[in-house]
Design a protein around this ligand. Structure first.
Ligand code: SF4
Length: 154
């Protein structure tokens, strides 16, 4: 995977791609990853020709971070949602294992389904969980917000 033009990261890394519907947020309507997979990448670079945005594990990409010698800020999952319900725990576990084995890097997982990572993140120190929301009401309606509130209130 090449260097990224996104200013808050050095690299993007996509060992798991895709994010089939239903949409989980109003922000999904203009999903860049979906549009790119269904047009420019359809049938290329590991994206299926018939269903390019289905959850797809790319085991050949697992070794990429080990080859980046200098510490990198890595955006994981720019081409889908690693924590989609169709992604296998086994594959997610492999991705997190790569993060644990390359502690010089910082891994930033951007997901609209952060609940699973919220739990797993407790044992991977160099992983940041990021979630984007379109509005305050969307945040307040999320499971993660309710969990956080429960924790705060004891
Ligand atoms: S959750 Fe993310 S990857 Fe999935 S459709 Fe929405 S914006 Fe796109």
């Amino acid at each position: 995977m090449g260097k990224s033009k996104i200013e808050w990261c050095d690299r993007t890394w996509n060992p798991i791609t895709g994010c089939p519907g239903p949409l989980v947020s109003p922000g999904c309507v203009n999903c860049y990853a979906r549009r790119t997979a269904e047009t420019r990448l359809r049938g290329r670079c590991g994206y299926d020709a018939t269903d390019p945005f289905k959850i797809t594990f790319h085991p050949d990409r697992l070794k990429e971070p080990a080859g980046w010698r200098k510490p990198q800020r890595i955006f994981v999952g720019s081409m889908g949602d690693v924590f989609h319900k169709d992604a296998l725990y086994r594959d997610i576990d492999l991705v997190l294992s790569v993060a644990a084995l390359t502690p010089r890097h910082t891994y930033m997982f951007l997901t609209k389904r952060p609940d699973l990572l919220w739990n797993l993140n407790q044992w991977v120190n160099n992983v940041l969980a990021l979630s984007s929301y379109k509005s305050t009401s969307e945040i307040m309606g999320s499971d993660l917000y309710r969990k956080w509130l429960d924790d705060m209130l004891g």
